[in-house]
Design a protein around this ligand. Structure first.
Ligand SMILES: Nc1ncnc2c1ncn2[C@@H]1O[C@H](COP(=O)(O)OP(=O)(O)OP(=O)(O)O)[C@@H](O)[C@H]1O
Ligand SMILES: [Mg+2]
Length: 503
């Protein structure tokens, strides 16, 4: 373990209109180590790393590489100086192939300046293989990939740069457990090679799995830097939030009412014969591994994916849903797991994003919503979920990742649905804000909504659901009550059809 940092950021300050994102922040990064960079949503983690990787310029402060002042002009310059970053928001060009994305702007060319595709694809395949994705074709279009696969391509791209400093901003956000384990393996190898890594994550267990030290930011200021061995989840939360968090999964007093929502025999190319019902004031959890069909069930109900068979019933009446707008009109709302592609329009304001779905429903009745009312509505959600923004008119693209997620939830609730499907609602959300979202779920429950909660975080499904169904290979593998739910029971069900088909 070396004592002089490979890279040091000193007294960095950065202001955006109306926000001081970073105030005198310092960070040290060491060779052969992983430095966790922690803090609540909007604490300034991504901004600090965007400065290091040349995306933003700092207002003041210094950067040193092995004690020599380092000036990073732009992303290309950062790359040339051995700094690679895997951004929190995916940065790939969907129309290009996997290999073209990995080598974008650095394509190997022959003496005539023609791209050497064979070489580019062979090299790409090597990095994909390292990440356990040997089956992904380097010549496939990125637009055909799932979010998790696109994330892997981003990681492969950073690896291919052979950088000295590698920054990972919530890299496992949409990875499966197996993919995460593969990434850990790669990180361990990079450490062995003496690389210095920065790892940003809201999954605190990852800090203990893979990181050596942790730097904590709060509200754009430096709080502390400590070896991970001296930290516990509780002490990290205390440093991040400034106070201990007593109750991670608040209990609701709400009682479940009568059955309001039912699906029966839902079938298409991804799911088979999925049936379940949800009562008023009930939270039905859907657990399962990534790729088990959970989101496909949600999309099929919401009219974003076609069904070949099956019925959807609300309040005893069978309904036909051909498009998300008809789902919304019938009282069903869906907060997508992928806030970037399906959820938000990044270039629009917080207000426009939150009120957009409601406008659509109201337009049908020639109703008119005043701008005042729109602002009031968006302010309600901003306050309710403590969305960190300069106000309703701020563009969503300028919010931190976790705060974008909260806007997506507001958007899902504004249509006053009877049934709401929350797909990974706390992805990228910090521990304190998670609790705010859970409080909100409980409030919705007490107001009699039927809630479907899809989550990869086992403690979250177990802590918040009244009942849990577990999916495996596109089918419902079983159901457990809140009282009976254990991690083992859920995992066994989640693996059920997989082991059967493997035999
Ligand atoms: N381009 C920008 N324009 C205006 N404000 C910005 C911009 N980028 C970031 N901010 C603001 O700076 C603050 C810090 O944001 P940052 O993205 O660094 O947070 P973060 O710690 O990465 O949070 P998260 O965990 O939610 O990703 C936030 O208030 C954010 O809204
Ligand atoms: Mg961020």
């Amino acid at each position: 373990m070396s004592v002089t940092p490979v890279l040091e950021m000193k007294n960095i300050t950065k202001e955006f209109p109306g926000v001081k994102a970073l105030d005198n922040v310092s960070l040290q990064i060491f060779a052969g180590e992983v430095m966790a960079l922690l803090g609540e949503n909007g604490a300034g983690k991504s901004t600090l790393m965007k400065i290091l990787s040349g995306v933003y310029t700092k207002d003041s402060g210094e950067i040193y590489y092995k004690n020599i002042p380092l000036n990073v002009k732009d992303p290309k310059d950062a790359q040339n100086k051995g700094i690679a970053i895997i951004h929190q928001e995916l940065n790939l060009v969907p129309e290009l192939t996997v290999g073209e994305n990995i080598y974008l702007g650095r394509e190997p060319v022959n003496i005539y300046g023609r791209i050497k595709y064979r070489e580019m694809y062979d090299q790409s395949a090597k990095y994909l293989e390292m990440l356990g994705e040997g089956r992904m074709s380097p010549s496939a279009k990125v637009s055909s990939l799932s979010v998790g696969q696109a994330q892997i391509v981003e990681i492969a791209k950073a690896l291919s740069m052979d950088a000295r400093v590698i920054i990972m901003d919530e890299p496992t956000d949409s990875l499966t457990d197996v993919e995460t384990e593969n990434l850990y393996q790669v990180i361990r190898e990079l450490k062995q090679q003496g690389k210095a890594l920065v790892y940003i994550s809201h999954k605190l267990s990852e800090v203990f799995d893979i990181c050596d030290r942790a730097t904590v930011l709060r509200d754009g200021t430096f709080v502390d830097m400590k070896p991970v061995g001296e930290l516990t989840e509780e002490s990290i939360i205390q440093l991040m939030v400034g106070r201990p968090l007593y109750e991670r999964y608040p209990k609701s007093k709400g009682e479940c009412g009568e059955k309001v929502f039912e699906v029966s025999g839902l079938t298409n190319h991804k799911i088979t014969d999925v049936s379940f019902s949800v009562r008023r004031g009930e939270v039905l959890g859907i657990a399962g591994l990534m790729g088990s069909g959970r989101s496909e069930v949600a999309k099929s109900i919401f009219g974003a994916m076609a069904l070949t068979k099956g019925t959807v019933t609300i309040d005893g009446e069978e309904i036909k849903i051909s498009h998300p707008s008809s789902a919304i009109a019938k009282g069903i709302s869906y907060v997508s797991e992928d806030r970037k592609q399906l959820g938000l329009i990044l270039d629009m304001s917080v207000k426009e994003n939150i009120t957009l779905p409601a406008l659509k429903t109201f337009q049908k009745f020639f109703r008119f919503i005043s701008v005042d009312e729109e602002i009031k509505t968006s302010e309600h959600y901003i306050e309710k979920m403590s969305i960190k923004t300069t106000g309703p008119m701020q563009k969503v693209v300028n919010l931190s990742g976790g705060n974008q997620q909260k806007v997506a939830i507001g958007k899902g609730l504004v249509t006053s649905p009877k049934v709401v499907i929350l797909d990974e609602p706390t992805r990228g959300v910090d521990v304190g804000a998670k609790k705010e979202i859970y409080d909100l779920i409980n409030e919705l429950k007490e107001n009699g909504l039927a809630i479907i909660l899809i989550s990869s975080e086992m403690p979250e499904v177990m802590g918040m659901s009244d009942r849990i169904i577990v999916m495996s290979a596109g089918c419902v593998a079983g159901e457990v009550s809140r009282a009976d739910a254990t991690q083992e029971k859920i995992m066994t069900l989640a693996m059920k059809n997989l082991t059967k088909s493997a035999v």
